[in-house]
Design a protein around this ligand. Structure first.
Ligand SMILES: [Zn+2]
Length: 507
């Protein structure tokens, strides 16, 4: 192997596809608990020739050349994505060993609980299951303390990644850099969302009171702690209705009614098993779209399982449904995650439809409506939580070059938005890189616009109509090529028009 080999964009793209396949497969094995240690660094080492500064320069030159020779927008977009992936890869390669070390430390960390020494992730998963309020607070506090013990390591990694990004992208401002990549203004997004969140104040205080009481019991703290949220998200008091056993069957049937027969799609591999080290967070790993897409969930019982499975199925159908003839850059690479999250949100929204509850769980109209409202309660809670996350992240990065990143404002913003008390030192566990919160929020706005369009085109039964599936399938064919905001234009909406979302959430 020649470390100095520089590839043209086509050859780079082909080898990148192989690298990402191996890297994703490794991440999957660790995430689902098949492997105890992560060996990403070894894979990155084997592909070290992809992520070098000379390679980045070569891609950058190819891009400039094409730009001046009148290449199509698609060609330029493809080159942009290859260059940014190379840039991210250099950062990833330089930090791989430290990332692995942190990941392995987290896997090795244990939380002491009632004669037991349990893995950190088991403790986090257990929080959703404990039926006793006080025990949840106690276990939650223990796991949060263990987790916060890694904040030093986490922050060092954040800082190291940022300084590499500054150097490679020549854009010193992390917010501007992210805005360029996403093609939007984060400040305009945040201000539209802040207004939308405020318009939900009244609705939220009514939902909050009713459902906090119902889910946590009358003896709850007025402002419960963050350790209660996983339990609330599971809607445990409704767990008798939304059992773990039926989740897969019902979700697959729900998708079948849209015209997607997931079990007949060999390219989408389902992993629904329970393993001690398996992360409780559901996810999709698209190792090689559209041929190899993994859909991973860890069912625990409760409506949340259904919502999570439908959400991830939206991603899986998107990646698994892209046109295989598209260049790899438009099947697997994207500027951000705001497009694919539209598709997961729209499938997950089905659990907010009273008719869905009535149909699958033999409930009366009244109970079905009440349970669907539970889904809406969670959505408003999460929406407000994410708006607060975005506000905090903007402040965090605005201050970063001066103070190196602090928790200032995190817990306050969360408490004000949700009425839940967060530990200030939870801020790093709660922060995904690259303003992922903004991508979720864009998808929130867009999926509500999409739902309104579907109701207009297909009707109120959009959630069980094959016509919805047909429409989605045509979007999936395009892979990762369109931006989130391009979908707004196709639906006939302004990108920041939150009216459909506010109407849906009942503002
Ligand atoms: Zn998602």
């Amino acid at each position: 192997m020649s470390e100095t080999e520089i590839r043209d964009p086509d050859a780079f793209e082909a080898r990148l596809a192989n690298f990402l396949y191996e890297s994703f497969e490794e991440a999957r094995a660790v995430r689902v608990g098949e492997k105890e240690t992560s060996e990403q660094a070894a894979i990155i080492e084997r592909y070290a020739d992809l992520f070098t500064r000379p390679q980045l320069e070569a891609l950058s030159e190819a891009e400039s050349r094409e730009a001046t020779s009148g290449a199509s927008a698609d060609d330029l977009e493809r080159l942009y994505r290859l260059r940014k992936t190379c840039e991210g890869g250099i950062v990833g390669a330089e930090l791989a060993e430290r990332e692995d070390a942190l990941e392995n430390d987290l896997l090795a960390a244990r939380v002491a609980w009632k004669e037991e020494e349990m893995p950190l992730r088991t403790a986090q998963a257990r929080l959703a299951l404990l039926d006793d309020y006080g025990e949840r607070d106690e276990l939650g506090e223990r796991q949060a303390k263990v987790s916060a013990g890694f904040n030093g390591e986490r922050l060092q990694l954040v800082a190291a990644a940022e300084s590499l990004e500054v150097e490679l992208s020549a854009q010193p401002d992390p917010i501007r850099r992210s805005e360029e990549e996403k093609g939007i203004s984060l400040h305009e997004l945040a201000s539209a969302l802040t207004e939308a969140s405020a318009r939900l104040d009244e609705r939220w205080s009514e939902l909050r009171k009713r459902w906090f009481d119902r889910l946590l019991g009358a003896g709850r703290d007025d402002i419960p702690r963050q350790h209660q949220t996983a339990y609330m998200r599971r809607l445990s008091p409704l767990a008798g209705t939304y059992t773990r056993d039926r989740a897969t069957e019902i979700c697959l049937d729900t998708l079948a009614r849209l015209g997607f027969d997931l079990s007949a799609m060999p390219n989408i591999q389902l992993d629904l098993d329970d393993r001690p080290q398996k992360s409780p967070r559901a996810c999709v790993i698209a190792s090689r779209p559209p041929e190899v897409v993994h859909l991973i969930t860890r069912a625990q019982g409760g409506l949340h399982d259904y919502e999570a499975l439908l959400h991830e199925a939206g991603h899986a159908l998107h990646y698994g449904g892209c046109d295989p003839a598209l260049p790899y850059a438009f099947r697997a690479l994207s500027r951000d995650h705001a497009l694919t999250e539209i598709y997961s949100y729209i499938t997950a929204k089905i659990v907010n439809e009273p008719g869905w509850h009535e149909h699958y769980f033999s409930l009366s109209e009244e109970v079905a409506r009440e349970n669907a409202e539970a889904g809406l309660f969670l959505e408003v809670l999460l929406f407000r939580r994410y708006v607060a996350k975005l506000q905090f992240e903007l402040e965090f990065w605005q201050r970063f070059s001066a103070d190196g990143g602090t928790e200032k404002g995190y817990a306050e913003r969360q408490e004000e938005a949700t009425g839940v008390r967060y530990r200030p030192d939870w801020y790093l566990s709660d922060m995904d890189s690259g303003f992922y919160s903004a991508d979720y929020l864009r998808a929130w706005i867009r999926s509500a616009q999409l739902r309104v369009s579907l109701i207009e085109e297909v009707g109120d039964d959009w959630w069980k109509s094959a016509k919805t599936g047909e429409f989605l399938r045509s979007l999936f064919r395009e892979g990762t090529r369109p931006s989130n905001e391009e979908i707004a234009a196709r639906l006939g909406f302004e990108p920041l028009d939150c009216a459909p979302l506010l109407a849906e959430l009942g503002a």
